[in-house]
Design a binder for this molecule. Structure first.
Ligand code: GAP
Length: 491
């Protein structure tokens, strides 16, 4: 028997499986969909909620000094002036005049650098990336265009190098509030959840009597008008972020940056992502707010890509909000420094952890996707039991002779503790397959012997091993293994 999962599996396999088994659907599909927007189906929403719960608890339940909030998507427009997004949240875009297709100029150059690296020309690849980074940092857009032309990069559709100039394209979506459509009523859909945390920094600190260092966590939707939206739910125009801003005393940010870098990697391993498919990638090109930044990359079916960012944001955001709002964003630190004086008033520095719920979902789903070949061919999702959409399926061998009733009673008795379903349609083998395909870790078979010995057979998803267990033991035996604690205790 051989197994295949993760990068060997194609993205097309994952997309097809996700649609067929109720994980992810294209948005408004009956109208041919909307590019880079997706809906989560009946199993997808359960898996995503479980990932969100794991993250939420790992931040708020495991720490005395981290609390959560839920800020609104719409914010006062000045927020985005202060945060730098109105002026600096841009991607450099270039159009091909023949195909009329639009591309991200930096991605065209990165693609060429990847080709060099794949051909063993590592030095050439590194030099091209460095030159791209230099031109972008210097905002030299003409230079970026010249580099694209000198590299002989052509549009994959028209195959020509008939390029427009490179222009900056702001990624924020805007809309109007109220009935008057003038400039002053324009607001933005938030491009990151972080600003909802910054503008509530003092509300939370004061109402929660929080002492630095402390964190504020949030899960919520963010919106970006991505120029090139592709790779399924990896790059979407509407997506969900799980962010935590950790407010620290200036001068201690480097140690907290290292702490969160390490802790976030532990989280990814705890939910079942293997160490060899995870790696750090230090940023060469920093976002407008960052002093240092590292990505945790995951080996998706299309290669290692960013899944989470950890950013040392200094006092950039709070200082700017103080300036724009004219309201002090300071914290009074009563603790004494080495010379015995209180640290006093200061604007805290921030270390941020920011992971996309959808990218975490895609990583989890692609890692779990296993295709076994050989004598017994089968496909199943090897999800961590605490993340699986359904924890147990109760299957009577046959519907008659009272077996269905026993199975229904068992289902009812387990439902309050974990997600349990009842299924009596089709042959038992087919019913096992159905559960394998959506990653249900335990199938409980009720047979004729159950009537005599009050025992059932648990069939384990990954090994297909079967064990006989008293009905009375099911709740504890399965409950133990599907509990979120199994993830939290290993972070
Ligand atoms: N507050 C910092 C921030 O937003 P980012 O690196 O731009 O940083 C953080 O985004 C995370 O959000 C990324 O690592 C990724 O997981 C997710 N993300 C960003 N853009 C996305 C998109 N268009 N579609 C899906 N996820 C996205």
């Amino acid at each position: 028997m051989s197994q295949q999962s993760g990068p060997a599996t194609s993205l097309q396999d994952i997309i097809a499986h996700a649609k067929e088994y109720g994980f992810v659907f294209p948005s408004s599909e009956i109208y041919d969909g909307l590019q880079a927007v997706y809906d989560y189906g009946q199993n997808g929403v359960e898996l995503k909620n479980n990932l969100k719960t794991a993250w939420w608890k790992s931040m708020t339940q495991l720490y005395d000094n981290i609390v959560g909030i839920d800020a609104s998507i719409f914010m006062h427009p000045t927020t985005w002036k202060a945060s730098g997004h109105v002026d600096g949240f841009n991607d450099p875009m270039i159009d091909n005049k023949d195909s009329k297709k639009r591309y991200r100029a930096d991605q065209l150059l990165e693609g060429r650098a990847e080709e060099y690296a794949a051909n063993g020309q590592q030095d050439k690849s590194a030099a091209l990336l460095a030159e791209t980074g230099r031109l972008l940092s210097a905002e030299d857009l003409d230079g970026v265009r010249e580099l694209i032309i000198s590299e002989n990069i052509v549009c994959p559709i028209s195959k020509t190098a008939n390029w427009t100039e490179v222009r900056q394209f702001n990624l924020m979506f805007s809309t109007q509030v109220g009935s008057v459509a003038d400039e002053s009523s324009t607001i933005y859909l938030r491009p990151e959840t972080a600003q909802g945390i910054f503008v509530n920094f003092l509300n939370v600190q004061k109402s929660g009597r929080m002492k630095v260092p402390f964190g504020i966590a949030q899960i919520g939707k963010a919106f970006r008008n991505e120029i090139v939206a592709r790779q399924f739910i990896f790059r979407m125009r509407e997506f969900e972020q799980m962010e935590m801003q950790f407010f620290v005393r200036p001068g201690t940010e480097n140690e907290w940056y290292e702490y969160w870098k390490e802790t976030r990697l532990k989280f990814h391993k705890a939910i079942g992502l293997p160490a060899e498919k995870l790696k750090y990638h230090d940023h060469d090109k920093l976002a407008h707010y960052a002093k240092a930044a590292v990505d945790i990359e995951y080996q998706f079916p299309f290669g290692f890509r960013e899944m989470e960012g950890i950013h040392s944001r200094s006092d950039f955001d709070l200082k700017n909000h103080q300036e724009y709002s004219k309201k002090k964003q300071q914290y009074f630190d009563p603790e004494l420094d080495e010379s015995g004086k209180p640290y006093g008033n200061y604007i805290p520095y921030v270390v941020e952890t920011s992971v996309g719920a959808d990218r975490l979902f895609l990583a989890t789903l692609s890692n779990a996707f296993v295709q076994e070949t050989g004598e017994k061919e089968r496909t199943y999702l090897k999800l961590h039991p605490a993340l699986a959409p359904i924890k147990a399926a109760v299957l009577p061998l046959v519907k008659k002779d009272g077996l269905a009733e026993i199975a229904q009673d068992i289902t009812k008795s387990l439902k309050p503790y974990f997600r349990t379903v009842y299924d009596d349609g089709a042959a038992i083998g087919k019913r096992y397959t159905r559960q394998d395909l959506i990653g249900t870790p335990f199938c409980i078979a009720v047979d004729y012997e159950t009537k005599d010995d009050n025992c059932v057979t648990i069939r384990h998803r990954d090994t297909m091993e079967q064990e006989r267990v008293p009905i009375a033991a099911l709740k504890d035996k399965i409950g133990e293994q599907v509990a979120m604690e199994r993830i939290l205790e290993s972070i």
